[in-house]
Design a protein around this ligand. Structure first.
Ligand SMILES: Nc1ncnc2c1ncn2[C@@H]1O[C@H](COP(=O)(O)OP(=O)(O)O)[C@@H](O)[C@H]1O
Ligand SMILES: [Mg+2]
Length: 351
């Protein structure tokens, strides 16, 4: 029996070196987000100390950062996840600036302020970009240190990248840091021309020609199915290609997209919320209407000094959730009863 493997099929039919639609991060195939890249470069060159990059998983944050690093021509440190504590930041900075001769001196620097002074001297006021991905996972103390360190080192700019929940975390727990952030870049989706460009660039990158084998109506349908959300564009293209391979079709038109290829689902809002807000949503979802003190009964009260303390904290969280449209309330005697708006209930049920 003659078996054709998918990689042979790519080569034989389209002259591709490999699959153009893998999830690999390739800065060379970066498209779109032009304004956002421009804003980031201007802020860095303009001497901003902090930049926040926010977007759901798959919106292209990591690709954006890699593209930026490749194009900005400044000294950069990229961390794919946040450092655990201040010691780890100190070590990263020392390693970046040590060479064979200074290794022994830098090794003895224990105090973080001494490390900052030493790095400042070595860096000679030039620009130093510290770029940290997945910052929503970071420890709050570490972030506080990061603010101090970035302020101490002349020329240093820190880019924090993470899920949208990072914005809430910073607002809630790190007011001093949020005050220092003048630029927040939010990534969401690409436009239709950018989506087409993304497909074309990937195909050409592996040696193909324009958007072939996709027809124009296939591209339009891909855009309609994905809203130009980068990860989904890659995924849907890959799924369509696989179906074409299975039926040995060398033209991919809209008829190949079936119901099986799912529509883009917006990220679960409960995943992007801070823990306490999420817990309150879940409690309200199970108990139609509750007052803040009733909510307190369902919460783990060990986390609070007293009952009053818990209720005060819940009231603060509820006020924020009210402003964001996550809960609604109605007056009942002296207190308010909180409940979930219809649209939030639907989202919670769908999951
Ligand atoms: N602007 C872009 N141009 C081209 N491909 C992109 C772009 N943004 C994201 N992608 C692709 O989408 C997928 C998800 O991107 P990624 O950077 O990992 O997102 P995030 O870090 O936000 O989760 C990757 O396969 C990446 O190559
Ligand atoms: Mg990422």
């Amino acid at each position: 029996m003659n078996v054709t493997y998918i990689d042979e099929w790519y080569v034989n039919n389209f002259g591709w070196k490999h699959n153009p639609f893998s999830f690999e991060i390739i800065p060379d195939v970066f498209v779109g987000y032009t304004k956002e890249i421009g804003d980031a470069i201007n802020a860095i060159k303009g001497g901003e100390k902090f930049i926040l990059l926010s977007g759901p998983t798959g919106s292209g944050k990591t690709t954006f950062l890699k593209f930026l690093i490749k194009n900005i021509n400044e000294r950069c440190i990229y961390l794919s996840k946040p450092p655990r504590d201040v010691k780890e930041i100190a070590k990263i900075l020392k390693d970046k600036f040590s060479n064979f001769f200074t290794r022994l001196i830098s090794r003895d620097l224990d105090n973080i302020y001494d490390v900052c002074n030493w790095v400042s001297k070595k860096n000679k006021g030039k620009r130093l970009l510290l770029i940290i991905d997945e910052v929503h996972e970071a420890d709050t103390h570490m972030l506080e240190w990061l603010r101090t360190i970035t302020d101490q080192i002349e020329g240093m700019c820190t880019i924090l990248s993470g899920l949208p929940v990072l914005e809430n975390i910073l607002k809630e727990k790190l007011e001093t840091m949020i005050k220092r952030i003048n630029l927040t870049i939010r990534l969401s989706n690409l436009t239709y021309p950018e989506t087409r460009e993304m497909i074309k660039r990937r195909i050409e990158f592996v040696g193909g020609d324009d958007v072939k084998p996709f027809t124009s109506d296939a591209i339009e349908l891909i855009y309609n199915k994905t809203n130009g959300f980068p990860r989904d564009v890659v995924r849907v293209c890959n799924e369509m290609l696989y179906k074409a391979f299975k039926s040995n079709l060398t033209t991919i038109d809209s008829s190949i997209i079936s119901e099986e290829i799912s529509k883009h689902v917006p990220p679960n809002i409960t995943e992007t919320l801070p823990d306490k807000q999420r817990t309150i949503l879940e409690i309200l979802n199970k108990n139609t209407e509750l007052t803040p003190s009733e909510i307190a009964h369902y919460l783990n009260k060990e986390a609070y000094k007293s009952e009053d303390n818990a209720i005060r904290s819940i009231n603060n969280i509820l006020r924020r959730m009210l402003a964001e449209g996550l809960v609604e309330r109605k007056k009942m005697g002296k207190s308010y009863k909180y409940f979930l708006p219809e649209k939030i209930k639907t989202i919670l049920i769908e999951r």
